[in-house]
Each structure stands twice: as C-alpha cells, then as structure tokens.
Design a binder for this molecule. Structure first.
Ligand SMILES: N[C@@H](CCC(=O)N[C@@H](CS)C(=O)NCC(=O)O)C(=O)O
Length: 358
C-alpha cells in the first residue's frame, strides 16, 4: 500500500518537472532522471534493510548509558534501544541489529555514504546539521545541555571563574563551538585541547592536562564514571547550550524517516499510556482505543509505515517504553544517576510530548 502511495507521489513530481522544463531540450531528461532517483530512495532503505536482514546502526565508541559495549560485545544504552526498537518494528525481532562504533567526526559521513542505516549517537539536532548535510533528525530521545566538569581541587564554583583555563573536549562536536561562544561572549581567554576519541579526552583530563572537561551534561555524568577518583570532581552549575539529542537518517527516504520517527514516538506514547514490556501483550485487547491503535489491534498503522501492524507491540514487548529504557540506562539507579528532569513526560511536568497515533 505504501509503495503505491510512493509511486503516486513520484509520478506527480515527474509530471510537474516535465511541465516546467517543457521545451528546454536535454535538461528535461536530466531532471526526470533525478526524480526517478528520488523515487527509488523513498523506499530504498527499508528494502535494503529487509534484504540484508538487519539494521546497521551507528553508535558512539563507548558512552555508558547511551551506547556502550561490554566485554562480550553486547551493546546497551538509550541510543542502542532506539536501534533495537527500529529492528523490532521492521523484523519483529529487536536483536536484528548490528552496531558501528563511530567518533563524532566520522558519524555524518558514515550515514551519508550508506555505511549505516540510522545514526543513534548522542547527536545534537542543530539547524546546520539538519539543512546542510543531506540528513534529517527523526526526533529527540534525550534533551541535554552542555556543562563543565572541574577537579574539586581547582576551587572553582562557577564557569565565570575559568578565565585562562585549559579545556579538554572532542573534535567534530557542537561542544567545541559552544565553549568558544561562551568564553568569547564573557570576555574570557581559554586554551582548547581537543581529541577525536572520547577516551583520549577522559585520559587527558584524568592526567591533569586540562582544568576543565566540557561536553553534554549527560556525557559528563557518563565519562566521570571512568575517572580514577570520580568523587574528586564536580560539575559546575552553568548549562551553556541546548543539546537536543536524537536519531538521524538520510534525507530523501520518507518511509525510513517515518519508521525511525514513529518507533521512538511509540516508546514515548506507550509510557504515557502505562504500557510496559511486562504488560504490552496483555493490553492488546484493552478497552482504550488509543492503546488498541498503538498495539495494532485497531487500525492499519503498521501497514501504513510498510510494516506489520504489531510493529509497536514488538518494540514494547522486546525493548520497553521510553521510561523503562531511561531508568535502565541513565536514571537515578544507574551509575549516571540522572533525574528525569525535562526528559519527563509532558503530563508529569517534562517536555516529552509525542504526536498521537491515530
Ligand atoms: N552532542 C554533541 C557531542 C557529541 C559527542 O561526540 N560527545 C562525546 C563526548 S560525551 C562522545 O560522544 N563521546 C563518546 C564516543 O565518542 O564514543 C554533538 O552532537 O556534537
């Protein structure tokens, strides 16, 4: 059904372009070729993923709570759960996913070149990334902001006391840009020490090569756990930027974009409806029609994505809702100890607000 829809749209665009270029000779043919290419891309990712049998997901090289692998090679984290959710939606099996660890610098090229199908790697949604890289952000799975960590022995209580500091961070990030804005706009000097690999940043900071470690505050919570003496360090109160982190896909394949976007939304909507990994299967015939639509016993929502109608049931029973994922990987009972804060549902005072399934 969705294939027919896509072909319909493709044909419409061809008509429009031919009309526009009528009488312009060769340009007409070139433009039509472009449209056919666009039409192919519209379903290309789902078809390619199905035929290879797994989703190739780009993640970090190791950020506890977000995407991290243990000694046996098992990946866990809230970003990993987004990848598993997409696999559950497509295959009915959340294990049909492979992970590509990427540095911040490598990530967008890996996605644009087709090396990965989706990037789920604590990546900040910014206007330039959205408009200039041929990519689209499919949502936000963690609202963050940039912070600064210092050794307690430095004696600083505020970022405003850091004039002249040596600051460690990662290359290819929004972090580098924000820290520069912050110091310049406050008339302070600083020396940036930037590394490509996150563990190089941790090692340099731990060895005392920098006075300050700056990154997303969730990243500070994660990387702090790797320091020799985590309790000897503190995070300063200032939040110097907005870092909405979320999964990214290539532009030009709306079907795949929708699959990733609605997989995340299904997890958020499920939490709002009280659907968990433990009860999802028993709620299929619930009296609430919104629950029935989400779990596939009413409507045709999976088919409209090019999937089966139990797409979200598979996500929820195998991966869980957003809150379960949060609590398991980054919440107060994990080493990161992050309160829900703004990442709480809108109905509980946070800003998580997923469009409804209907
Ligand atoms: N959210 C920022 C920063 C992302 C980033 O790369 N942060 C580092 C520091 S937390 C990181 O992910 N390190 C883990 C890794 O590279 O494996 C961005 O999108 O530019």
């Amino acid at each position: 059904m969705s294939n027919n829809l896509v072909i319909g749209i493709g044909a419409l665009v061809v008509g429009g372009v031919v009309g526009y270029f009528a009488g312009a000779g060769n340009e007409k043919i070139v433009e039509v070729e472009k449209v056919v290419e666009v039409e192919k891309q519209q379903t290309a990712t789902l078809d390619a993923v199905k035929s290879k049998g797994f989703v190739q997901c780009g993640v970090s090289q190791g950020l506890p709570g977000f995407s991290n692998s243990d000694d046996s090679g098992k990946w866990t984290g809230i970003d990993v759960d987004v990848c598993r959710a997409v696999a559950a939606a497509v295959f009915g099996d959340s294990s049909k996913v492979k992970f590509t660890p990427l540095s911040a610098k490598q990530r967008f090229t890996a996605l644009a070149s087709g090396e990965i199908d989706v990037l789920s790697r604590n990546t900040t949604w910014t206007m330039t990334r959205d408009t200039q890289l041929g990519l689209n952000f499919a949502g936000v799975n963690y609202y963050d902001g940039q912070g600064m960590m210092v050794p307690k022995s430095l004696g600083a209580k505020s970022a405003m006391e850091l004039d002249g500091a040596n600051i460690c961070t990662n290359t290819g990030t929004t972090t580098e840009l924000n820290i520069t804005d912050f110091f310049r706009s406050n008339g302070m000097k600083f020396n940036l020490v930037a590394f490509e690999k996150a563990d190089e940043v941790v090692a340099a900071y731990d060895a005392g090569r920098c006075d300050v470690y700056t990154t997303d505050r969730s990243g500070l919570a994660a990387q702090r756990t790797k320091l020799t003496n985590p309790d000897d360090h503190m995070v300063l109160p200032e939040i110097i930027s907005k870092e909405p982190l979320g999964p990214v896909v290539r532009q030009g394949d709306d079907q795949w974009f929708n699959i990733v976007r609605w997989s995340l939304r299904a997890m958020i909507n499920a939490e709002e409806m009280g659907i968990t990994s433990a009860n999802a299967k028993s709620k299929v015939n619930d009296n609430n029609p919104a629950i029935k639509r989400l779990l596939g016993s009413e409507g045709n929502f999976g088919a409209e994505l090019g999937l089966s109608n139990d797409w979200a049931l598979n996500i929820l029973s195998q991966v869980g809702n957003y809150g379960e994922s949060y609590e398991a990987h980054v919440g107060p009972n994990t080493p990161l100890k992050l309160d829900r804060g703004v990442n709480e549902l809108w109905s509980k005072g946070g800003i998580l607000y997923a469009a409804p399934i209907r």
